[in-house]
Design a protein around this ligand. Structure first.
Ligand code: GLN
Length: 286
């Protein structure tokens, strides 16, 4: 079995340009999934012979990974904030960067306050569900315009036993004047909208090629959705309400300017673990 994993690591490193350590880890994750065992089991059994069925199951997963399909889609799962989330090609794979947005939101959600929270473009539901689980008193609403994404998000909420209200809505559309939920306001609005420029070569490389483009690309400068959300947010925030938005590595200045233009007070940006300003936000006057 060890030789199969070693050969696979070599192929993964070569085909995807992964570092050796990363390639070995991916080979083990795929094998553990293909054989329905824990990764630790592989280490204890590395001299075991491999049955033909097991070899074939591993081979078919490996082939798809070598074609570039993200590992999270192959195993159908990605961890976020310490919890497992189901994923499918209908949704953006949760990223560690987004845990910053969650931390900043939680810091503004006192555990003893029943706040109304909105997550825009929820995708897998990872942000909304994490906030709901970390702050059981919060009333969390999550919207996405993709019905397929909401199926996954609702399933994740079920599995993790989180209470989140999911709505089909293109950003704030569900809360516009003529709609049933017109006039609803939130104490905290968070979102990880698409923010990559449509022409950015990043979109044609690596794992992102397999993710929904609608969750990634946002017009010529990558700011199309951020512009729309910052402009509309004040109509949906309660007095003193807070808006927090994730954005690209070089968009902090632009997003703070958009917040200022929209009348959001105290625009501020916060760095992720790599020191890159990754989330910006501010608040509505009392
Ligand atoms: N951070 C993601 C990436 O660079 C993009 C996520 C998004 O557009 N919201 O792949």
């Amino acid at each position: 079995m060890a030789d199969v994993l070693t050969a696979a690591s070599g192929q993964l490193a070569a085909a995807l340009g992964l570092e050796k350590r990363e390639a070995r880890l991916e080979a083990r994750v795929l094998a553990a999934f293909a054989w329905d065992v824990r990764p630790a089991w592989l280490i204890a059994h590395d001299t075991d012979p491999l049955s033909n069925t097991h070899a074939a199951a591993f081979e078919s997963l490996l082939t798809r990974r070598l074609e570039g399909v993200p590992i999270a889609y192959l195993v159908g799962m990605r961890e976020f904030y310490g919890r497992p989330f189901q994923v499918s090609p209908d949704i953006l794979i949760p990223r560690p960067d987004t845990e910053l947005l969650v931390e900043l939101a939680l810091a503004r959600m006192p555990p003893d306050r029943a706040m109304d929270v909105l997550d825009l473009g929820t995708g897998s539901g990872c942000i909304a569900i994490t906030l709901a689980l970390e702050r059981p008193l919060a009333r969390v609403t999550a919207v996405d315009r993709s019905a397929a994404a909401l199926v996954i998000a609702e399933r994740n909420a079920d599995i993790l036993d989180a209470h989140v209200e999911f709505l089909t809505s293109d950003w704030f559309a569900a809360f516009m004047p003529t709609r049933v939920l017109a006039g609803r306001r939130f104490d905290l609005i968070v979102g990880n909208p698409p923010y990559i420029a449509a022409t950015d070569p990043h979109l044609t490389r690596g794992d992102v090629r397999f993710e929904p483009l609608t969750a990634l690309a946002a017009g010529r400068d990558g700011l199309a959705d951020l512009r729309q959300l910052t402009a509309a947010a004040r109509n949906h925030l309660s007095p003193g309400g807070v808006l927090l938005l994730e954005h690209g590595y070089d968009q902090a200045d632009a997003v703070r300017a958009l917040l200022r233009e929209s009348g959001i007070l105290r625009p501020q940006s916060w760095p992720d673990l790599a020191g890159i300003p990754r989330v910006s936000g501010g608040e509505l006057s009392e």
